[in-house]
Design a protein around this ligand. Structure first.
Ligand SMILES: [Zn+2]
Length: 321
């Protein structure tokens, strides 16, 4: 029961400035890396641009379905734009020690086991639990954050490291989910043909770029003041992922759940390709409303290139007959 708990539909996020990103060679040496990473940034960029557009009512509706709050100028809406913009605006740096976020594709091999935990000598971070890529079963990715006080001794290996550093791992499991041609999928070449009409959103879950986006949403939500990442996987790991879970979440959980932001980015680029959630009109017959609502929940892609009315009439016939 939530009745006794004040319902907070806003989250307290740091005012995100431009954050720097160090990309380790374990990522940049992967075949196709720059394509996967630009796709990630494009998801974030297109979402923040679409949300900031006053005329993009269709995407505002997608936002509303994902976050269950009214689009516009609410704090919650601005927070979502801010997070996606922060991912889009990450600036590359080769300065590991000063970087805010460090991205690795080493399957967490940089961590070595020490008494009572694990130590990463590359970023000088310590974790108690087994690194996520090394667990059985492996995660797809993981964002590590732990506030670290700058050491007094300048010869300490931790000296000079950004005290608010975040490290992100994209696990081998993410790179091991090939599309039909044997390479990991990305939208531009692999998934646009011949037609995505009536495709499920799940089709895109295996893309490397969506996992990178999911992790970077965690990473940019780090609050130095609170020494923690604000956007997590909520309410539990089991129910955080996948469109149906995202669609079913309360406003409070949606705003705190990385996967909701990831799907916002994905929908923004699908919108560029002409696809969106099924549109439900007040005047629709209830049987049509129910059917379209079910399809929205299941994540069906709808193409409305010839306008709304005709497409809905076709659907109506399909369900009424
Ligand atoms: Zn996560």
């Amino acid at each position: 029961m939530h009745a006794l708990i004040p319902l907070l539909v806003t989250i307290s996020l740091p005012s995100v400035l431009s954050l720097s990103l160090y990309v380790d060679t374990s990522c940049s040496s992967k075949k196709g890396w720059s394509d996967y990473y630009s796709e990630t940034q494009n998801f974030a960029k297109r979402a923040s641009v679409r949300m900031s557009s006053s005329s993009d009512t269709d995407f505002k509706n997608v936002f509303k379905r994902i976050f269950k709050v009214e689009p516009g100028s609410s704090e919650a809406f601005n927070n979502v734009v801010g997070i996606l913009k922060a991912v889009a605006d990450l600036t590359a740096t080769s300065d590991l020690k000063n970087s805010d976020i460090r991205l690795f594709c080493d399957n967490d091999k940089r961590w070595t086991q020490i008494q009572g935990g694990y130590h990463d000598p590359t970023t000088e971070m310590v974790e108690r639990d087994t690194p996520s890529c090394q667990r059985q079963p492996s995660a797809l990715g993981r964002t590590y954050s732990r506030k670290s006080k700058p050491p007094q001794n300048p010869n300490d290996p931790r000296a000079g490291h950004n005290p608010n550093r975040i490290s992100v791992s994209i696990c081998d499991l993410t790179f091991a989910r090939p599309s039909k041609d044997g390479e990991p999928a990305w939208l531009k070449d692999d998934l646009v043909k011949p037609d995505l009409q009536n495709t499920f959103l799940d089709t895109f879950d295996d893309m490397i770029s969506v996992t990178i986006l999911h992790e970077l949403v965690h990473a940019v939500s780090y609050s130095p003041a609170e020494s923690k990442v604000i956007i997590l996987d909520v309410p539990t790991k089991e129910s955080a992922y996948g469109w149906e879970n995202v669609f079913a979440k309360s406003a409070e959980d949606s705003l705190k759940n990385a996967e909701n932001y990831m799907y916002t980015g994905l929908w923004a680029v699908l919108a560029d390709m002409g696809y969106t959630l099924p549109r439900i009109k007040e005047s629709d017959d209830q049987i049509v409303k129910n059917a379209l609502e079910e399809r929205a929940k299941e994540g069906w892609l709808y193409h409305y290139a010839d306008g709304t009315k005709r497409a809905l009439e076709v659907v109506a016939r399909r369900f009424i007959s």
